[in-house]
Design a protein around this ligand. Structure first.
Ligand code: TXD
Length: 312
């Protein structure tokens, strides 16, 4: 059996961290691609030289040429610019649209059978653009946002209750913006509904921190945005696909009527397996959650309209 090939488009903070995780988990050979000469090559060589210590045998190479991603089973895209303090994700739209156009064309030409996981912000617009340009079917273009947002929710809940993160199962749906939708009604701590353990007022505060969690890290780092946790989130999706685990994960998926939404990428729970996005899971939402869900959806629609204007 041939080793799987993973192309990481963008060799910055998230790209480099994903390469490390993919190697440690022995998921497949990694090709790091970037437009900056030397950056992907340098990171690849550094990582490769850790192989004897860590005990992995996968190949890691760096490149500035799209031809080198040929035949990739999986492409994960982080190419673009990241937020600086004071910027919203939407402020990245103009620059990252241009970058994503090039990237999607490069993937379409060189890795036409791959699954594409998009991470670049503003996520919901960038994943939409990738699907349009590649023309890949909806099961092969997906966005990463919900796993990270849900992980942040789990982290804060575990800290609040002083329990292991392993006991917390919490979900965030919707767009990857400040109006994302923490799903209180579907979240549990060891099977116990959240509202039985934490007061509604405190839950409101925790959920607001989840919505602002990306910005909290940007304001601490000052030079960029979160990268360890986004990399972990995308690699979790990669594992589900490459190992065909059929794990249910919250991802930005193309909806065609599910949740009453048509023709838009939006964060919902999906089954990820060997065929990419294999199924959308429909959950009951409370009235309040439905309201937030629709607000988040209007924001995503506005973002797509803004992108269409830029591209016109
Ligand atoms: O959960 C999520 N979806 C996210 C998304 C969570 C955190 C950050 N998220 C976004 O990911 C962030 O707002 C950015 O848009 C991307 C990448 O974040 P990262 O922290 O990795 O940014 P870096 O370190 O600046 O790396 C970006 C790399 C950098 O090396 C550039 O040289 C490269 O992208 N780049 C390109 N690569 C390929 N092709 C082109 N055209 C290109 N332009 C820039």
């Amino acid at each position: 059996m041939k080793r799987r090939k993973i192309a990481l488009i963008g060799a910055g903070n998230i790209g480099g961290t994903m390469a490390h995780l993919c190697a440690l988990k022995k998921l497949g050979d990694v090709v790091l691609f970037d437009v900056v000469d030397g950056l992907p090559q340098g990171k690849a060589l550094d990582l490769l030289e850790s192989a004897p210590i860590e005990g992995f045998d996968v190949q890691i190479t760096g490149t500035n040429k799209y031809e080198d991603i040929a035949g990739a089973d999986l492409c994960i895209v982080t190419a673009g610019i990241a937020r600086k303090p004071g910027m919203s994700r939407d402020d990245l739209l103009g620059t990252n649209c241009k970058i994503m156009k090039q990237v999607a064309e490069g993937i379409k030409k060189n890795a036409p059978d791959s699954l594409v996981i998009v991470i670049t912000n503003p996520l919901d617009a960038m994943v939409t653009l990738t699907k349009r340009i590649t023309g890949f079917p909806k099961n092969r273009v997906v966005g990463q946002s919900g796993i990270l947002d849900s992980s942040r929710y789990c982290t804060f809940l575990a800290q609040e209750l002083k329990v292991s993160v392993a006991s917390v199962s919490a979900l965030v749906l919707g767009g990857h913006g400040d109006d994302m939708v923490p799903l209180r009604s579907s979240s549990r701590v060891s099977g116990v509904p959240l509202e039985k353990l934490i007061s509604p007022k405190r839950l409101d505060e925790i959920e607001e921190r989840v919505r602002q969690a990306g910005g909290e890290i940007v304001s601490l780092l000052k030079t960029g945005s979160a990268y360890y946790s986004p990399a972990s989130a995308a690699v979790r999706m990669a594992e589900a696909y490459l190992l065909d685990t059929k794990e249910i994960l919250p991802c930005a998926a193309y909806l065609e009527g599910e949740y009453g939404v048509k023709g838009v990428y939006f964060g919902v729970p999906v089954v990820i397996g060997g065929n990419g996005v294999e199924k959308v899971i429909q959950l009951e939402l409370s009235d309040q959650e439905k309201k937030c869900f629709n607000e988040s959806l209007s924001h995503v629609n506005e973002l797509i309209q803004a992108m269409d204007k830029l591209l016109a």
